[in-house]
Design a protein around this ligand. Structure first.
Ligand SMILES: [Zn+2]
Ligand SMILES: [Zn+2]
Length: 154
C-alpha cells in the first residue's frame, strides 16, 4: 500500500512532467484535464497546489497577466512570451536581451534591478487567418475559439 507522501510525490511528478511536455503555457484547469488522464483521482485543487509549490521552488514559472487566469510554463530559461489578444493563447518568442549586469539602470530610480519579464501582445496565426476569412465574408469577428484547447482533444 502506498503512503500518503508517496502519492504526493507521484502527483507532483505527474504535474511537472505533463507541464514540461507542453509549450502552450496551460492554465491550472487545462493542465488538470491532462494530468487526470494519467492520475484519475487527482483533484484540481491538488494540481493547483502543486503548481504553486513548483513555482515557489523555481522549478516552473507562473505567467501572470492582469485580469487573466495564471498560466504555467515548464521552461524556466529566460524567454519572452507573446499573448494573442483575441484568443488568449500564449507562445514563446525570442525577445531582445537586456543587460542588467550593472544591477542598475539610469531610470530605475533607487531600485537595484534583478530581473525582467517580457510579454508581447499580438494576434496569433489562427486568429489572423480567421479574421481574414470572416472579414472577406463580411461576418462578425471570430468568437474566442477552442484552438487554445487543442491539446484537450483526443
Ligand atoms: Zn489567437
Ligand atoms: Zn514560455
Amino acid at each position: 500500500m502506498e503512503t500518503h507522501s508517496q502519492r504526493n510525490t507521484q502527483q507532483r511528478q505527474a504535474v511537472l512532467e505533463e507541464l514540461r511536455k507542453l509549450t502552450s503555457h496551460p492554465t491550472a484547469a487545462t493542465l488538470y484535464e491532462i494530468v487526470r488522464r494519467r492520475l484519475p483521482k487527482i483533484s484540481l485543487g491538488t494540481v493547483y497546489r502543486n503548481l504553486e509549490l513548483l513555482t515557489r521552488l523555481g522549478t516552473i514559472q507562473k505567467l501572470e497577466v492582469g485580469g487573466e487566469e495564471a498560466r504555467y510554463d515548464g521552461n524556466v530559461q529566460r524567454h519572452g512570451h507573446v499573448r494573442c489578444v483575441k484568443c488568449g493563447r500564449v507562445d514563446d518568442i525570442d525577445a531582445p536581451s537586456l543587460d542588467l549586469s550593472g544591477g542598475t539602470a539610469n531610470d530605475s530610480g533607487a531600485y537595484q534591478l534583478l530581473d525582467y519579464r517580457i510579454q508581447f501582445l499580438g494576434i496569433c496565426p489562427q486568429c489572423r487567418a480567421g479574421a481574414r476569412n470572416t472579414g472577406s465574408l463580411g461576418k462578425a469577428p471570430v468568437e474566442p475559439d477552442e484552438t487554445a484547447n487543442d491539446s484537450l482533444q483526443p
